[in-house]
Design a protein around this ligand. Structure first.
Ligand code: AVJ
Ligand code: FE
Length: 430
């Protein structure tokens, strides 16, 4: 098995790693910035804080522990379905210090439940709650990216890519593979059940599309030519006046980008980030290629032709280490294309996990035999053609919420998430 760490220990580490991140993202700002609406797309950070605590209370104290509610009157306030993000500053939210105290009180009891529970089993609810907190930590980092004002976050720049010669695309052989999982203990409901999918051979970009390549699309008039765009995407582009990814700014002949409060020259070798699905789709059509389907992406990321098995991660079943992928907000930007040779998939593709979420061509739906578990509103209510699937996680995603089966989704217009893409083309004669 991939890990021999006992389940209680694994759960404790996952919860405390998440909490360190939550506090790092909120202790760096004054109260006025925690309660402010930085963008109508985002909650005030103080809402995320108490929502994290409230979900932990519901799932770990009440459900796993069978203990009485701590603050039942908070459930409605922090129910994501009850109030849209843009309206949340108007609610009688806990103040920052009260939210911190609530988080700490809930955590004390949750750890107590974890220690006292007679049969922790696979610790699924603890893993689910740790993933939930980390997902909000990624959302809170997106709020940081949208906020105005001087930088408050800092992290080392990723090292340059090794520079070994890479083919522009890799071949993923045709045939069936196992998509999804029945056995990964902390996989969420939408990753289940495992099922066989036949995927014809295709050629996939070895790395995510870079800023340099995306600039060629812009320079070639890609934003002015409706031929490349889905009709709704073209209308949206015109309505918003988009001419480049979010946070890009042209200064004469050079491109700059704003990143967590600093403006810097656009790094050409870095994967492009902050593009919508429509922009990714248009680029692919311009390049005479297409976005991979979700099944193609997962096959490239985990199918091992040598054994016929599906791996947990592109490099195998070992948990992600610092040499495998750019995850966990250790760097606050993607690493240059071609980085992480030790994290390559059997097909040779690099950076499938970490760096940037990758838009796929596929609408978010349940796998055959899907059952909502145990958090009814986690996935099922989002199935349908309104959302596109993203895969692979970003530099902002923690390893606990990132594996080759993990599925994310968002509206095709969204650009504040840490999303880029790679392209592909079929390999079999039509
Ligand atoms: C899986 C990232 C789309 O943030 O809406 C957090 C994760 N669900 N709280 C989201 C989530 C409930 C979800 N995404
Ligand atoms: Fe949530």
């Amino acid at each position: 098995e991939a890990t021999t760490v006992p389940v209680r220990e694994r759960a404790r580490v996952a919860l405390s790693t998440a909490r360190r991140r939550t506090l790092a993202l909120t202790d760096c700002l004054p109260d006025a910035e925690l309660t402010a609406q930085h963008s109508p797309l985002m909650s005030p950070l103080v809402w995320d804080m108490a929502h994290i605590g409230n979900q932990e209370e519901i799932w770990l104290i009440r459900r796993a522990g069978g203990r009485p509610a701590l603050r039942p009157q908070l459930d409605a306030l922090y129910d994501a379905f009850r109030h849209p993000r843009a309206d949340r500053t108007a609610l009688p939210l806990l103040a920052p210090d009260e939210a911190r105290r609530y988080l700490a009180d809930v955590r004390d009891q949750a750890l107590d439940v974890l220690a006292a529970i007679p049969h922790p089993g696979d610790g699924f609810l603890f893993g689910m709650v740790a993933q939930h907190e980390q997902q909000h930590d990624e959302t809170m980092l997106a709020t940081h990216q949208l906020r105005r004002g001087p930088a408050v976050l800092d992290a080392p720049t990723p090292p340059p890519a090794p520079g070994d010669p890479l083919p522009p695309e890799v071949l993923v052989p045709g045939g069936p593979f196992t998509m999804g999982t029945d056995t990964d203990p902390w996989a969420l409901d939408n990753e289940r059940p495992a099922h066989t999918v036949d995927v014809p051979a295709f050629w996939l970009d070895t790395t995510p599309v870079t800023n340099a390549a995306y600039q060629d699309f812009i320079a070639d008039g890609g934003y002015e030519d409706p031929r490349w765009w889905q009709p709704e995407g073209w209308l949206h582009r015109k309505r918003c006046g988009h001419t480049a990814p979010a946070f890009w700014r042209r200064d004469g002949r050079t491109w700059l980008r704003r990143r967590f409060g600093r403006t810097e020259p656009l790094p050409p070798a870095e994967p492009v980030v902050h593009v919508s699905w429509y922009e990714a789709d248009a680029y692919a059509r311009w390049a005479d290629r297409r976005l991979p389907t979700e099944a193609e992406w997962e096959k490239a990321a985990r199918h091992d032709p040598a054994s016929g098995r599906s791996l947990r991660h592109p490099w195998g079943d070992a948990p992600p280490g610092p040499g495998h992928a750019n995850l966990g907000q250790h760097h606050l930007q993607p690493a240059p294309a071609g980085s992480y040779p030790d994290g390559a998939a059997p097909c040779g593709a690099r950076q499938l996990l970490g760096d940037v979420w990758e838009w796929t061509a596929t609408d978010f739906a349940g796998y055959p035999g899907f059952t909502a578990h145990p958090y009814r509103e986690y996935s099922e209510v989002f199935f349908g053609d309104l959302y596109k699937v993203l895969r692979g996680g970003s530099f902002a995603t923690d390893a606990v919420a990132c594996r080759a089966t993990f599925r994310n989704w968002d509206f095709p217009v969204r650009r504040q998430i840490f999303a880029g893409f790679r392209t592909c083309r079929g390999a079999e004669p039509a």
